[in-house]
Ligand binder design. Structure first.
Ligand code: ATP
Length: 236
């Protein structure tokens, strides 16, 4: 079976999933007319040390709650079901085996993560397994990537408002998506939860409630699950 519609794939530790992740999925969906975006929590972060402090089950439960906020979002436990670290190349090959054609697959990353692409397993061959879509992240504009990764500059293409992608291309591309996303990180959310500060405006309300109900990241179950939006107070 071949799944012949464009599919985005957003992997991450999602510890927890937050509005920055959802903004990336939303921007890519609209820029590229994606039929769906798979949200894939990773089993272990292979590229960078992360103090993953929620269990895989809790991370997946939060991703499932967040996916309910947008009909394009589909939670996937593909990486959680595998043993060992989650390498993007393995994930993309597993998706090919499941019927996703590489020309219809768009692997989404933030610009901060993509800037480290040379460290990824099977680089540069991994780039041939899907199109890549790199979204700006506060502090890492996509316009800096050609300079940071000169070897990939010829493959990069700034996505215009129309988001047209020729289907007869001979090579998968690296699309740069210069779309604003909120200045949110899972690290900051974990710190805020630990400190008993509000998470409203940083995560969907359902995820906020889940974090408190389960006491994740040291959050106190009795603390208010809502409050004044935290966005804008993150770096006070
Ligand atoms: P942590 O703070 O624990 O390192 P994180 O907030 O970076 O986590 P991840 O789950 O590691 O979240 O990110 C998954 C993907 O989403 C990565 O490609 C990352 O670059 C991207 N991403 C996360 N937050 C944003 C954001 N605010 N804007 C754009 N991209 C983002």
């Amino acid at each position: 079976m071949t799944i012949a519609s464009r599919t985005g794939v957003l992997g991450g530790t999602f510890d927890p999933i937050h509005l920055g992740h959802l903004a990336v999925a939303h921007a890519a969906t609209h820029a590229l007319a994606l039929a769906r975006v798979l949200l894939l929590p990773s089993r272990l972060p292979p590229h960078r040390p992360v103090d993953a402090s929620a269990s895989p089950d809790d991370r997946f439960a939060m991703v499932t709650l967040a996916a309910k906020t947008d009909e394009h979002l589909v939670p996937s436990d593909l990486e959680l079901r595998r043993t060992g670290p989650s390498y993007t190349a393995d994930t993309l090959r597993a998706l090919h085996a499941a019927g996703y054609d590489r020309w219809q697959l768009f692997f989404l990353t933030g610009a901060d993560a993509f800037a480290e692409i040379a460290m990824w397993r099977e680089y540069p061959a991994v780039l041939d397994l899907a199109h890549f879509v790199v979204c700006a992240r506060p502090g890492t504009p996509v316009t800096t990537l050609r300079g940071r990764l000169p070897g990939l500059a010829a493959r990069m293409c700034l996505l215009g408002a129309a988001g047209e992608v020729a289907d007869d291309e001979t090579r998968t591309r690296v699309f740069l998506l210069d779309s604003p996303t909120p200045d949110v990180s899972s690290t900051e959310i974990r710190a805020r939860a630990r400190a008993g500060r509000p998470l409203a405006g940083l995560v969907p309300p359902e995820v906020d409630s889940y974090i408190r109900r389960h006491g994740l990241y040291g959050a106190h179950p009795d603390a208010a699950a809502s409050g004044s939006p935290a966005a804008g107070t993150l770096h006070e």
